[in-house]
Design a protein around this ligand. Structure first.
Ligand code: DQQ
Length: 540
C-alpha cells in the first residue's frame, strides 16, 4: 500500500511504515545509541508486537535494523512487550522485556547480544531458562509488565521494578537478583498509588547541575504511565539503598495532581544514562490523534518525541527537559524578530522560512502590563490546567494572554494550532499563575480527529522576570512539541492540517489579551530532515 507522507515527520523518529509505540531498551553502548521500540511489522494498528531496532551515533540520523526481539518461544509466543536495557559492569548489555506467554500471562525474559563484536548488536539471544520472573500467586498475570533498567545495591544485588496493579492500586513491585537469572520478589512495592495500573515505570537518580554534586543534591525519580488516563506522572525523593525504601518529597502528589514530563501526547517514556556526555536522556512515544481508518490509509502510526535531556531544577521543585543539543545541528536558515510589540488583539506573520512546517522556534515574550491579569477563579483551584485552558481557549480574549504562536497555519488562518500562555493573578502568596496551553481546535478542516486542549501550569515568577516568559516550539508537520520557561512545562500535540502542509504552512505571533506583549526576541530556524537509512551489513 502507498504511504501517505503529508503528515510524516522530518526529524521526529519514525520508521518508513507501520505502527510504533513505546520506546524500549534505550541505551548507549560503545559509541552507539540504541533505540528499540514496540512495532507491528504487519500494519498500521497495534498488534503482532516485536522490538524493532534502530541505532545512531548522534541521536539525529538513524540506521534501521531488523527486529531484535520477536516471538520465538513459549515464554513470548504472544508478543514481546516493553522493557529496558542494563549495561552490566563488565560491559555486557542485557535486555529484560515482558513476554506474553502461551497462556497470555505476562512474564519477564532476558536477552543477551549474540555477538558483542557487532557494533550494532543486531542479534539477541534468549536463554532457554526464560522466563526469569513470573507473576507470583495472587498476582494479576495480565497486568504485570514493563521491567525497568536494573540498578545495583551496596550488597551487590541487582534490583528492578515491574509495573502492576492490585484492584485500583498501581504498584511498582521490587525484585532482586545476583546474576540476572534467579530473581526474588521483595514481596512489596517500591511505591504505589491509587491510580489504576502502572505501566512503564522508570526509576533513576538525578541531580541539579552545580547543586549537591552526587551527594545531598541527588534525588531519585519514579515515573509511571497510567493506562486509564493515558498520562504519565512522576515523583522524586529519597531512596535509601540499604533498606530499598523510596520516600517521595512531601510536596509531590501521586496521580492526577502529580507532575508530568509532558502535559500533552507523550506516553510510555523511558530514560537512560548517556555515559558519553554524562546526561540523562528521555524518550517518549507520541501516538496519532487521527482515526484508525486514517492510520490504515496513511500506512503508518506513531512517532517518538525528540530525545530530551532531563535534570532536576536547581530549586529542587521539578524536573526540567530540553531537546538534546544535537537537534540544533539540523538548523538551517533562520529568521529573527527583536523587540516587536504585539498590541492587544493583533498578530503578525513570521515570514521568510522556506517551510515553517519543519522548524524550530525559540522566542521570548514580555508582558507589558501585568496589572491587566484577570483574577484566578477560586473554583479552578481544584481543577487541573487542562480544565482551565479548555474553558479559556486561544480564542477567548483575556487580560494577560492568550499570547504566543500560531503554528501550522494556513494563509487564511482558518487552520492554525495555538501554543500560548495566559497569566492570572491571585495565586499562592499573591503570585501570578502562568498557564501554558496547546489549543488544536482550529488545527484542521478534516473530520474524525481527536483534538484535546492540553495545558500545564508553569512555575515562573513573572513579577521577578519582569513579565518575560520564554517558549521553544519544535514544529514537524504533524508534531507540535513545546517547551515553556526553559523546559519547565512541556506539551506535545499531534495535528493534521489539510491546507497548512509542506510549503503552505505559516507561522504567526498572536496576542488575544488586553495587555500588549513584546516579542523581545524570536529565532525561527528551518530544520533539515534526518537521515533514516536501511541497514547495510558489512561483509567481512
Ligand atoms: N505498551 C506495551 C506494554 C506497555 C504498553 C505493549 C504501554 O508493555 O504496558 O505494546 O503503552
Amino acid at each position: 500500500a502507498a504511504i501517505d507522507d503529508a503528515h510524516r515527520t522530518g526529524y521526529h523518529f519514525q520508521p518508513p511504515k507501520n505502527w510504533i509505540n513505546d520506546p524500549n531498551g534505550v541505551m548507549y553502548y560503545k559509541g552507539v545509541y540504541h533505540l528499540f521500540y514496540q512495532y507491528n511489522p504487519k500494519g498500521a494498528v497495534w498488534g503482532n508486537i516485536v522490538w524493532a531496532h534502530a541505532v545512531s551515533t548522534d541521536l539525529v540520523d538513524w540506521v534501521m535494523l531488523p527486529p531484535a526481539i520477536y516471538p520465538t518461544a513459549p515464554f513470548d509466543v504472544n508478543g514481546c512487550w516493553s522493557g529496558s536495557a542494563t549495561v552490566l559492569p563488565d560491559g555486557t548489555p542485557v535486555i529484560m522485556y515482558t513476554g506474553i506467554d502461551g497462556e497470555n500471562r505476562q512474564v519477564q525474559n532476558v536477552a543477551y547480544p549474540k555477538d558483542l563484536s557487532d557494533p550494532y548488536l543486531r542479534e539477541w539471544v534468549k536463554p532457554d531458562y526464560n522466563p526469569v520472573i513470573a507473576p507470583g500467586p495472587g498476582m494479576n498475570a495480565t497486568a504485570f509488565r514493563d521491567p525497568t533498567t536494573s540498578w545495583q545495591g551496596p550488597d551487590g544485588l541487582w534490583r528492578l521494578v515491574i509495573g502492576t496493579k492490585d484492584n485500583h492500586r498501581g504498584l511498582a513491585m521490587l525484585y532482586r537478583s545476583r546474576d540476572f537469572k534467579r530473581w526474588a520478589p521483595a514481596g512489596r512495592a517500591l511505591h504505589s498509588g491509587d491510580t489504576g495500573m502502572w505501566e512503564c515505570p522508570d526509576f533513576y537518580p538525578v541531580n541539579s547541575p552545580g547543586v549537591g554534586g552526587g551527594g545531598g543534591g541527588t534525588k531519585h525519580v519514579l515515573k509511571v504511565s497510567l493506562d486509564l488516563t493515558r498520562f504519565e506522572y512522576y515523583t522524586f525523593g529519597e531512596y535509601d539503598q540499604a533498606t530499598d525504601t523510596y520516600v517521595p518529597d512531601a510536596a509531590l502528589a501521586d496521580g492526577n495532581d502529580g507532575l508530568r514530563y509532558d502535559y500533552g501526547n507523550f506516553y510510555a517514556s523511558k530514560t537512560f544514562l548517556d555515559t558519553a556526555k554524562q546526561r540523562r536522556i528521555l524518550w517518549g512515544w507520541a501516538n496519532e490523534s487521527d482515526s484508525t481508518a486514517d492510520d490504515l490509509r496513511k500506512g503508518w502510526a506513531g512517532v517518538q518525541a525528540v530525545p530530551r535531556k532531563v535534570w532536576l531544577a536547581p530549586d529542587g521543585k521539578q524536573l526540567v527537559q530540553w531537546p538534546v543539543v544535537e537537534i540544533e545541528s539540523l538548523r538551517g536558515n533562520h529568521v529573527n524578530v527583536t523587540d516587536t510589540l504585539v498590541k492587544a488583539g493583533q498578530h503578525f506573520e513570521v515570514s521568510g522560512l522556506a517551510s515553517p512546517a519543519q522548524a524550530d522556534v525559540e522566542a521570548s515574550f514580555q508582558v507589558m502590563d501585568l496589572d491587566k491579569a484577570e483574577p484566578f477563579d477560586p473554583a479552578w483551584r481544584a481543577a487541573d490546567a487542562q480544565t482551565v485552558c479548555a474553558a479559556r481557549g486561544a480564542e477567548a480574549k483575556g487580560g494577560v494572554g492568550p499570547f504566543g504562536l500560531w503554528v501550522l497555519a494556513s494563509d487564511d488562518l482558518k487552520e492554525r494550532t495555538a501554543v500560548f500562555f495566559r497569566v492570572f493573578k491571585g495565586g499562592d502568596g499573591g503570585k501570578h499563575v502562568v498557564l501554558m496551553c496547546n489549543d488544536p481546535s482550529m488545527s484542521s478542516h478534516a473530520d474524525n480527529l481527536y483534538k484535546p486542549t492540553f495545558a500545564g501550569f508553569v512555575d515562573v515568577d513573572v513579577a521577578q522576570t519582569r513579565g518575560k516568559i520564554p517558549l521553544r516550539t519544535l514544529i514537524d508537520h504533524s508534531v507540535v512539541e513545546s517547551f515553556g520557561a526553559h523546559g519547565k512545562t512541556c506539551i506535545l500535540s499531534r495535528v493534521y492540517p489539510t491546507k497548512a502542509i509542506g510549503d503552505e504552512a505559516r507561522l504567526y505571533v498572536f496576542n488575544n489579551g488586553e495587555s500588549d506583549v513584546k516579542v523581545t526576541h524570536l529565532n525561527a530556524y528551518e530544520i533539515r530532515s534526518v537521515k533514516i537509512t536501511a541497514d547495510v551489513k558489512q561483509n567481512t
